[in-house]
Ligand binder design. Structure first.
Ligand SMILES: Cc1cc2nc3c(=O)[nH]c(=O)nc-3n(C[C@H](O)[C@H](O)[C@H](O)COP(=O)(O)OP(=O)(O)OC[C@H]3O[C@@H](n4cnc5c(N)ncnc54)[C@H](O)[C@@H]3O)c2cc1C
Length: 483
């Protein structure tokens, strides 16, 4: 009984913490920027009302901008609004682990409402930008269009899966860019294993158990390695299937695995793929996709019902829709994130070609690392454009990359250090836990990993998305921007 006041205090604190506001908000005492005299270049808007900042996209870049502005810009300096079709930031780096059943989908979704305090959040897609009238058209999730006026527009709508004009790809290819696609792929693979388990003919069984991944960049490589491991573990629950009947193929037109990263990472990942039994076909892509086969550029026909397309991303078409200059679909911006010729418009993240001063001004890579850092840097420059603080050019030195191949296998080069195996896996997982923006998500993901290591794999399908609606265009809603 002596301890009861302490326990009561503990319970009270826990309750206060659970019911408190944003869990991931920057500390209240973060220094607020001081106003400076505005120059004529800063004055966009009628100067009488409070300027309105609209951020498009709740990814790493957009959310980063708003977090900075909420923390550093005085509340009276601007009204903040967000437009995004989702109410979360998706921690994409761990998406292959959702497909492989290691992480529950909700645990990668960092709540916008748990992160921002004073931003008004509009659920919907921006479908049109009018830089002259300075407004955007939003299509709400209910399909109702409305307009929002802005004085500063921040474009961070990310990218979609890049597809090519390959016969059958649009109809039968699966993507790996969002939670719906990851959950669908897991279901789809389990469905194929169930069909194979019940199949009468060997050829039919093998076709159901053959899975083709195109693109040996970090997404495709992580996915093939982790999914192979997942299907081998799941085999125990399909008594009529043998391990030699399960095939995973990883294809890429490039001559090596992880072509865009440090060679050490590619060599290490290739070794793990080989040891796991993933068939890697380099300098090879796909010529045609059918519901029951894939024809490779070599002419070989692979009987399969699964093609996952991870061959890169293309910037959201929204950014090329209002007449500003683009380079390979990415909006051209200066090193302060400003869109030339469109006063008050800023862009960043995957959708923008932000000059990388450490690489002679070529566009920075489309990575989470860049998007996160650009969020803070752009936030500072947007505040400066409103008369608070000073603008600075974007400058970021690459800190290395981590590639999680599932289980105790990973490759990583943090700060130039070359790691593989268990040390790389430890660094990789620690990095992801740190990089996840909210404590709750961190705890759930860590718990998923611990439970996953101790328990049998769960092979139930969720069936949220019926197969005919799982095309890349439908799941990623790319048709929204077609005139
Ligand atoms: C499977 C996968 C694994 C990855 N792994 C890594 C990794 O390990 N390391 C790494 O550095 N990078 C990784 N990336 C890349 C990284 O996810 C991107 O570079 C990063 O997400 C870009 O951030 P962003 O904010 O520009 O875009 P996103 O994070 O894609 O966010 C875009 C936001 O805009 C919203 N949006 C889209 N259209 C509209 C619209 N019309 N109107 C309003 N809002 C809109 C979206 O809903 C989303 O909220 C991975 C990507 C994928 C798909």
């Amino acid at each position: 009984m002596k301890n009861s006041p302490t326990i009561a205090r503990l319970v009270r604190r826990t309750e206060q913490w659970r019911h408190a506001g944003p869990e991931n908000a920057p500390p209240k005492e973060a220094p607020v920027l001081r106003p400076r005299a505005l120059t004529s270049a800063d004055l966009i808007g009628d100067g009488r009302r409070r300027p309105k900042v609209i951020v498009v996209g709740s990814g790493y870049a957009g959310l980063g901008v708003l977090q900075y502005l909420e923390a550093r810009l005085p509340a009276h300096a601007a009204d903040l609004a967000l437009v995004s079709p989702v109410d979360h930031l998706l921690y994409t780096s761990l998406l292959p682990q959702v497909a492989a059943g290691d992480i529950e989908p909700r645990h990668l979704a960092v709540s916008v409402r748990g992160t921002l305090r004073r931003t008004v959040s509009h659920l919907g897609h921006v479908t049109e930008i009018d830089p002259t009238a300075r407004n955007v058209t939003v299509l709400s999730r209910a399909g109702v269009p409305f307009t929002l006026a802005w004085d500063r527009l921040v474009l961070a709508p990310g990218a979609h899966t890049r597809t090519f004009d390959i016969p059958g790809l649009a109809e039968f290819g699966l993507g790996m860019k969002n939670l719906a696609e990851a959950v669908f792929l897991r279901d789809h693979v389990l469905r194929q294993m169930a069909y194979a388990d019940a199949a009468v003919h060997e050829a039919e069984r093998r076709a159901h158990c053959t899975f083709v991944v195109v693109g040996a960049g970090y997404t495709g490589t992580e996915l093939a390695a982790q999914m192979r491991r997942f299907t081998m573990k799941a085999l125990a629950q399909f008594p009529r299937l043998r391990s030699d009947q399960v095939r995973w193929l990883l294809l890429d037109l490039a001559p090596k695995v992880l072509p865009e990263l440090d060679e050490h990472l590619g060599i290490g990942a290739s070794r793990v793929l080989r040891e796991r039994g993933v068939e890697v076909r380099l300098k090879t892509s796909v010529q045609q996709v059918r519901p029951d086969s894939v024809t490779l550029t070599s002419g070989e026909i692979i009987p399969t019902h699964t093609l996952v397309w991870c061959a890169g991303v293309t910037p959201n078409p929204l950014v090329s829709s209002f007449g500003a200059e683009t380079v390979r679909g990415r909006l051209v911006v200066d090193e302060r994130f400003r869109v030339p010729g469109h006063a008050g418009v800023f862009a960043l993240g995957d959708a923008a070609a932000v000059p990388d001063s450490t690489r002679g001004g070529v566009p920075a890579g489309q990575t989470a690392q860049n998007a996160v850092r650009q969020g803070t840097a752009a936030g500072r420059n947007i505040a400066a454009s409103l008369g608070y603080g000073a603008m600075r050019p974007y400058h970021h030195r690459d800190l290395g990359f981590v590639v999680d191949l599932g289980g105790a296998d990973a490759v990583a080069n943090p700060l130039g250090l070359r790691l593989s195996g268990v040390p790389a896996a430890v660094v990789t997982r620690a990095y992801h836990l740190l990089a996840l923006k909210a404590g709750t998500n961190r705890a759930y993901v860590a718990a998923d990993w611990i439970l996953g290591a101790l328990m049998k794999p769960r092979t139930v399908q969720l069936g949220f998305l019926p197969p005919p609606h799982a095309t890349i265009a439908q799941v990623e809603q790319t048709e929204l921007y077609q005139a």
